[in-house]
Design a protein around this ligand. Structure first.
Ligand code: UD1
Ligand code: MG
Length: 452
């Protein structure tokens, strides 16, 4: 039986108080809608349709590349109307699973369960909540069969007392869809076409409704405001942290760990508190990440140590290298094995050879640094004239004196030394000491002013 999935994502999300459409808010760095689209795709359905309306331009800009049918609902007349907009994309056979762009943590296990329970009939995913306020209530008859869903705003006192709620996720037989959606009315308190009225229509047509209870509330929890967004973010992060712990990563405190992307790791990796990982990060064996680091799209090889408060982006750190504390590796910083990059050192678009060091207060940009070279405190590659970037080439076993200004383009030969405080504007020969600074002089006879 063919499976089609429709994701409803046209709502405004008024309670987010944001310019961004609700479904573009992120959990674990990924938009809520993308989470749902990816989960839908994992079921390998015949089609996925996404109903968009509010902020559809931004949604398409962000997710237009996804392999789904984009369906427009120009006026948000209710969830039933939203599904009706997707009807042209659905064949008359098979079945349709309805998901929500603001229920981001639904998983394939839950969806397999409801699809299996529903068979050719109707399936509804339910939950039992201590506080069911705001949800549609599941109404069962004396035999326990689900006969209707009543929205909170339309419910009487007895119905409001029901704690079993509609999560919104439904499985519906396509053969019935057109007729059922056609007969929906907006004669209710909200004046909307309710998708939930399909449950009563199924009963009228004697199609059984199978209710499946979700295994954990977060799986079907919707996001209507920033508080619920933050709650689901924590659940998501704690699930990721648990997976990493299970796989042998040491997290000093799993509740102070954030991964917004994908983290690959070797053995005996240790991550201290308050680190944020974004994009694709790969940590080799025995890598230690100190507290309060932000690491985005980075390849960090075996035994490297990233000391606290370091910021790394689009860079590579060689085996056994030491970075930080308070270091910044910007895009295309490539550190070879055993390199040391210390506090308040910034490296951008530069390769630094094996065993070289820049331990304090330095800027290295558009540079190629050889092996076993030492770059003294306060050194700057002056790489930019306000328009163009120029390269600095530093050889092997070079000693750059503290506070050297390397005015690029410039080349420093192997084993050369620059005197502290030099402003180097010409290439330096290999093996030579170069001093480019005013000589120290004593002003004889100078009288120091003194207060009377
Ligand atoms: C809906 C259900 C309610 C359920 C709850 C679970 C209905 C009538 N009610 O209520 O039984 O307990 O979800 O969270 O279905 N949307 C559109 N177009 C529209 C209206 C909504 O695409 O015209 C989308 C929204 O973007 C959202 C989803 O449908 O993703 C749910 O809409 P929402 O307004 O949040 O419905 P609820 O009132 O929460
Ligand atoms: Mg809702």
């Amino acid at each position: 039986m063919s499976l089609h999935i429709v994701i409803l994502a046209a709502g405004k999300g008024t309670r987010m108080y944001s310019k961004l459409p609700k479904v573009l808010h992120r959990i674990g760095g990924k938009t809520m809608l993308e989470h749902v689209i990816d989960t839908a795709a994992a079921l390998q359905p015949q089609s996925v349709s996404v109903v968009v309306g509010h902020g559809k331009e931004s949604v398409l800009q962000e997710l237009g590349g996804k392999a789904v049918n984009w369906v427009e609902q120009n006026q948000q007349l209710g969830t039933g109307h939203a599904l009706k907009c997707a009807l042209p994309a659905l064949p008359e056979s098979g079945r349709t699973l309805v998901l929500y762009g603001d229920v981001p943590l639904i998983d394939t296990g839950t969806l397999h369960a409801i699809l299996e329970a529903a068979g050719n009939d109707v399936g509804v995913l339910t939950d039992i909540l201590d506080n069911p306020t705001g949800y549609g209530r599941i109404i069962r008859n004396e035999n326990g069969h689900v006969v209707a869903v009543v929205e909170e705003k339309d419910a009487d006192a007895a119905q409001k007392a029901v704690r079993e709620v509609n999560t919104g996720i439904l499985v519906l037989p396509n053969a019935r869809l057109a007729a059922w959606l056609e007969s929906l009315s907006s004669d209710n308190v909200q004046g909307e076409y309710y998708l939930t009225d399909l449950i009563a229509l199924a009963n009228r047509d004697r199609i059984p409704v199978h209710a499946v209870r979700v295994a954990a509330s977060y799986l079907a929890a919707g996001v209507n405001n920033k508080s619920q967004l933050a709650d689901l973010e924590r659940v998501f992060q704690s699930n990721q942290a648990q997976q990493l712990l299970q796989a042998g990563v040491t997290l000093r405190d799993p509740s102070r760990f954030d991964l917004r992307g994908c983290l690959k790791h070797g053995q005996d990796v240790v991550i201290d508190v308050n680190c944020v990982f974004e994009g694709d990060v790969s940590l080799g064996d025995d890598v230690h990440i100190g507290a309060n680091c932000v690491i985005k799209n980075a390849l960090i090889h075996n035994g490297a140590v990233i000391a606290p408060f370091s910021h790394l982006e689009n860079c590579e750190v060689g085996a056994g290298a030491q970075v930080g504390p308070f270091a910044r590796l910007r895009p295309k910083a490539v550190l070879a094995e055993g390199v040391h990059i210390g506090n308040f050192v910034e490296v951008k678009d530069s390769t630094i050879g094996k065993g070289s060091k820049a331990n304090h207060l330095t800027y290295i940009g558009n540079a190629v640094v050889g092996e076993k070279t030492n770059i003294g405190a306060g050194t700057i590659t002056c790489n930019y004239d306000g328009v163009n970037k120029y390269q600095t080439v530093i050889g092997n076993e070079v000693r750059i004196g503290s506070s050297t200004m390397l005015v690029a383009p410039v080349t420093i030969g192997d084993r050369a030394t620059t005197g502290a405080g030099s402003v180097i504007t010409k290439n330096c020969e290999a093996g030579k000491l170069v001093v480019a600074r005013a000589r120290q002089t004593v002003i004889e006879g100078w009288v120091r002013p003194e207060k009377p």
